[in-house]
Write a protein that binds this ligand. Structure first.
Ligand SMILES: Cc1ncc(COP(=O)(O)O)c(C=O)c1O
Length: 425
């Protein structure tokens, strides 16, 4: 019996479903136990090596244990790893992030993307004095009550579009529209407009596979929120420092009122952040009356790792390289599937990419759900057999790192090509 299997049997007795976050259980018949990660690879306790295209579901844009990040983290460890008091590096990361994402704005560092979006929602409610928020079906903003309504990602994968344990009174404050369906938003605003604190959106959905915005959709959200004095929250936990250094705001040329960040800005350590205009952000405690606090807020290890990651991305133009690699994945997948007459659809924005087994285009969550998920799972299996690990869930994205260099990328392309052919045959 493999060691992973033995360990998973033990894990099933210790953790509900054997894991500590649901998507980890989507590997069948059981997930691998990882021994270590290095560069583009993870190594399992059973001695297998995989090219990792999951990369912690996004944070590891420089791959595992990147030497530059490693050095900065060790230097910080030498100085102690928790102060719960101000220190200089947090100013450096704040200046770096604001410079790209919200010039002249302010930021609050928290510990996860979920904390960031929940704080952004509280800020919007506190600032506007209103109670409703609008979210989109299939957009995932974290694992808490206000946004676990028609959430994508793991909730979708396991067929739990919402969660037990959330009182109706709370769910009712979250109005759900279909992404890329402007008419839904119009209808909601015509009915509730003056009571809507904010619209929260993943500017490109990265939690339903990848779904880009239709032309004019984000612009419309900006217009309607301004018209009704509601705030527009861009949840850039995935798109931040990925679509461009300034994230989706820069990429699409739209300024949100609040931006939530996570993943990449912690370089693989836990982090979240809310950035926005001073006038709004100054309402957070201790300056204002919208409460936020945290023992681990602005954790020194996450801050120095994030700073190192962003510095490295800037200096080495990593985002451009990743986008080129993703473009190659798109090209090869399309060419091979055409060759063997298999229907696939690739959605890609810069390096953010996912492949769907679908006859038609995927612009909406309904279309994503109709794609052939079993075929996608088999694609994941075929890739694993060739030493490449992509998420087993159709509703996550593929991720690339700076360490997926030429030879490794060639192996990925070759494996994708062979896997698609195996599925078609
Ligand atoms: C867009 C988006 N927002 C928020 C979150 C929640 O972040 P975290 O898992 O760090 O709480 C995620 C996580 O995948 C995400 O993709």
């Amino acid at each position: 019996m493999s060691r992973s299997k033995t360990l998973f049997e033990k894990a099933l007795k210790l953790f509900p479903g054997g894991v500590n976050s649901p998507v980890r259980a989507a590997f069948k018949p059981y997930p691998f136990f990882i021994e270590r990660g290095e560069g583009a690879y993870v190594y399992t306790v059973d001695g297998q090596r995989y090219i990792d295209l999951i990369l912690g579901y996004g944070p590891l844009v420089l791959g595992h244990r990147h030497p530059y990040v490693y050095k900065k983290v060790l230097e910080q460890i030498e100085r102690g790893w928790l102060y719960a008091a101000p220190y200089e590096a947090e100013l450096e990361l704040a200046e770096k992030i604001l410079g790209h994402v919200y010039p002249n704005g302010m930021v609050r560092f928290v510990n996860s993307g979920s904390e960031a979006t929940s704080l952004a929602i509280r800020i919007a409610r506190g600032y506007t004095g209103r109670k409703y928020i609008v979210k989109f079906e299939g957009c995932y903003h974290g694992a808490y009550d206000y946004v676990l309504v028609s959430a994508g990602s793991a909730a979708e994968h396991f067929g739990v579009p919402t969660s037990l344990g959330i009182p109706d009174e709370i769910s009712r404050l979250t109005l759900v529209a279909r992404y890329n369906h402007r008419e839904d938003v119009e209808k909601i605003f015509s009915e509730y407009g003056d009571d809507i604190a904010a619209v929260i959106v993943e500017p490109v959905i990265g939690n339903m596979g990848v779904i880009p915005p239709k032309k004019g959709f984000l612009e419309y959200l900006r217009r309607v929120t301004s018209e009704y004095d509601s705030l527009l929250i861009f949840d850039e936990v995935i798109t931040g420092f990925r679509l461009s250094l300034g994230g989706a705001q820069e990429y699409y040329g739209i300024k949100a009122d609040l931006v939530t960040l996570g993943k990449i800005i912690g370089g693989g350590f836990p982090i979240g952040a809310v950035a926005g205009a001073k006038e709004i952000m100054e309402n957070i405690t201790p300056k204002g009356k919208i409460f936020n606090a945290g023992t681990f807020n602005s954790h020194p290890i996450s801050i120095v790792a994030g700073l190192a990651t962003i510095e490295y991305i800037e200096e080495n133009k990593i985002l451009e390289t990743l986008a080129t690699s993703a473009e190659e994945i798109e090209k090869v997948s399309k060419e091979v599937s055409e060759e063997i007459d298999l229907n696939i659809w690739v959605n890609r924005v810069e390096s953010l990419i996912q492949i769907f087994f679908s006859e038609g285009p995927i612009w909406t969550v309904e279309e994503a759900k109709k794609s052939d998920k079993e075929m996608y799972f088999n694609f994941h299996r075929e890739l694993l057999n060739r030493g490449v690990m992509v998420t087993p869930s159709q509703f996550e994205a593929l991720f690339l790192s700076s360490e997926h260099k030429e030879e490794i990328l060639d192996t990925v392309l070759q494996s994708i090509s062979e896997s698609i052919k195996a599925l078609g045959g």
